[in-house]
Structures are given as structure tokens and as C-alpha cells.
Design a protein around this ligand. Structure first.
Ligand SMILES: Nc1ncnc2c1ncn2[C@@H]1O[C@H](COP(=O)(O)OP(=O)(O)OP(=O)(O)O)[C@@H](O)[C@H]1O
Ligand SMILES: Cc1ncc(COP(=O)(O)O)c(N)n1
Length: 265
């Protein structure tokens, strides 16, 4: 049997299994690719928030990356929580030397408002990481942090996309998940525009939506799809996962990464 496409996530661990590395690997399995991971940080996290976070040394991140890329090889890379300026710069450098598309989710804070990136790292995200991204996937809070553009309605999404594209990613997906009404995202490279629209699911169990979308994009890119095809397929996958999100713990439960694998009875 031939090996499936290989996808690497460079991100933090969520002990609760809903976001971070755990969400990424689950999404990759559900989408038929071989998932691999470079851990940047470990969080003590559950449905109520992040209780603690510990960064890995930059040499440990570099060594994991080299182990995977030099032997196994990758068809796409996805980044999530990178924690510090030093890690952002090291990862940007590693991606620049890798011949594979990179999906950059510029994770800033968790759903509960806990910081996952030092404020001092924002400049490195702008000047080192975004320029090496094939697709960047900021949410509205990350757009505001990175560009100063505040999105209050769908009409502002184009302005937000233009501001992010100035930092150099080939494509950007501005996630409008935090607006009201339909869940509308804008994918653009500055010349083509694709509006991705899905019904808003009235389900509070949405922990891990951003990680899941970015990993699904990377998985479809690894299969050889174009960026618009990959993002469209990833949007369908995350929408189904949100619709099937379930309660766990006392707070916000995870999306269901396996929804597309369940056989109807
Ligand atoms: N209630 C919902 N129903 C349908 N789609 C949603 C809903 N909430 C978010 N989405 C979609 O999920 C994807 C992730 O968007 P979101 O804005 O939630 O990302 P995020 O903020 O990075 O994630 P998180 O809020 O978990 O940190 C987008 O495609 C968005 O449109
Ligand atoms: C380790 C880690 N990485 C990322 C997120 C953000 O999660 P998301 O934006 O997908 O909800 C998180 N809560 N924890």
C-alpha cells in the first residue's frame, strides 16, 4: 500500500484534547493524511480554560522538525501556538527552508482569553512568520492585534484581508466566526476573492475550531489540491465538526473531529 500524504503540525499541546496538537492530529486522521507533530509548548488546559503553559527550548523544536522533515518528508506544514518571539523566528526559518506549503494560524489567545503568544512576539509574526505563509488564517482578534484593523461586520473583512496581505502571506483566510449571522470567511490572495459561507450552528461546544480549520486546509493541500479547493473542503469539514461538537467537562466542549467517519445507523 502506498503511504498517505504527510502533514506536520508545529503547535502546542492541549491536555484536554480539543485544540492544539491533539485537534490537529485528529483532523489529519479524519481527512486521510499521516499527521506528525513538533511540540512548541505544553498547556494544562480543559473545557474551562488554560491553567498553565510551559514552552519547550528552541533546540527541542528545531530537533523535532529536522527529525521529521529530513527522514519522513512533508507535503504541508501547519503552525499553531508558538508562544515566544524566539520560537516564532526559529519556526519561520525552518519553514523558509522547507519545500512544502505552510498554513499559519497566528494563534494569539485561547477561546477563554488566556494568552498563548507573548505580546513581544507579535512583531516576529508580522515580519518573519507571515511572509513565509502560503495561507494565513487569523481570527478577528488576531487581525486586530496584528494590523490594528477592527472588524465589526462582514463589510470590513476585505479591509482586514488587505491589511494582513501587506505582511506577505500568499493567501489569507479572515475567519468571521466571531461575527453574528452566518459563519462567513473571506479567502483572498489580493486578486481572487472566495466568500465561504456556512450556516451558524447554535452550539457552544466549539473548542478547537481554528486549529481544526487550519489543519484541514493543510491536509487538503498535502493531497495536491489548490488553495481555493483546500480551503473550501476544510470549511465544509469544520462546519460539520462544529455541528457535531459535544459537551465535555463543565465549560466549552470540543468539535467532533470524527463526524465525517461515523457510519449512519
Ligand atoms: N457557531 C459556528 N457555526 C458555524 N461555523 C462557525 C461557528 N463558529 C465559528 N465557525 C467557523 O469556524 C471556523 C473557525 O473560526 P473561528 O473564528 O471560530 O476561529 P478561531 O477564533 O481561531 O477559533 P477559536 O474561537 O476556537 O479560538 C471558521 O470557518 C468560522 O467561520
Ligand atoms: C495549545 C493550544 N493551541 C491553540 C489553541 C486555540 O484553539 P482554537 O483557536 O482552535 O480554539 C488552544 N486553545 N490551545
Amino acid at each position: 500500500m502506498s503511504a498517505p500524504p504527510r502533514v506536520l503540525t508545529v503547535a502546542g499541546s492541549d491536555s484536554g484534547g480539543g485544540a492544539g496538537i491533539q485537534a490537529d492530529l485528529k483532523a489529519m486522521l479524519a481527512l486521510g493524511v499521516h499527521g506528525m507533530s513538533v511540540l512548541t509548548a505544553v498547556t494544562a488546559q480543559n473545557s474551562l480554560g488554560v491553567q498553565g503553559a510551559w514552552e519547550l527550548p528552541v533546540e527541542a523544536v528545531r530537533a523535532q522538525y529536522r527529525s521529521v522533515v529530513d527522514d519522513i518528508g512533508v507535503q504541508a506544514v501547519k503552525t499553531g501556538m508558538l508562544s515566544s518571539a524566539e520560537l516564532v523566528e526559529a519556526v519561520a526559518d525552518l519553514i523558509a527552508g522547507t519545500d512544502a506549503p505552510a498554513v499559519v494560524d497566528p494563534v494569539g489567545v485561547s477561546k477563554h482569553g488566556d494568552p498563548l503568544l507573548a505580546a513581544s512576539a507579535l512583531d516576529s509574526v508580522r515580519t518573519a512568520l507571515l511572509p513565509v505563509a502560503t495561507v494565513a488564517t487569523p481570527n478577528l482578534d488576531e487581525v486586530a492585534q496584528l494590523t490594528g484593523v477592527r472588524v465589526g461586520s462582514q463589510a470590513d473583512l476585505r479591509r482586514a484581508a488587505e491589511a494582513v496581505l501587506e505582511f506577505g502571506p500568499r493567501w489569507v483566510v479572515i475567519k468571521g466566526g466571531h461575527l453574528s449571522g452566518d459563519a462567513v470567511d473571506l479567502l483572498t490572495d489580493g486578486s481572487e476573492e472566495h466568500w465561504l459561507r456556512a450556516p451558524r450552528h447554535d452550539n457552544r461546544h466549539t473548542h478547537g475550531t481554528g486549529c481544526t480549520l487550519a489543519s484541514a486546509i493543510a491536509s487538503h493541500l498535502a493531497k495536491g489540491h489548490s488553495v481555493p479547493e483546500a480551503v473550501t473542503a476544510a470549511k465544509d469539514y469544520v462546519t460539520g465538526a462544529i455541528a457535531a461538537g459535544f459537551a465535555l467537562g463543565a465549560g466549552i466542549g470540543p468539535v467532533d473531529h470524527a463526524w465525517n467517519l461515523r457510519v449512519p445507523r
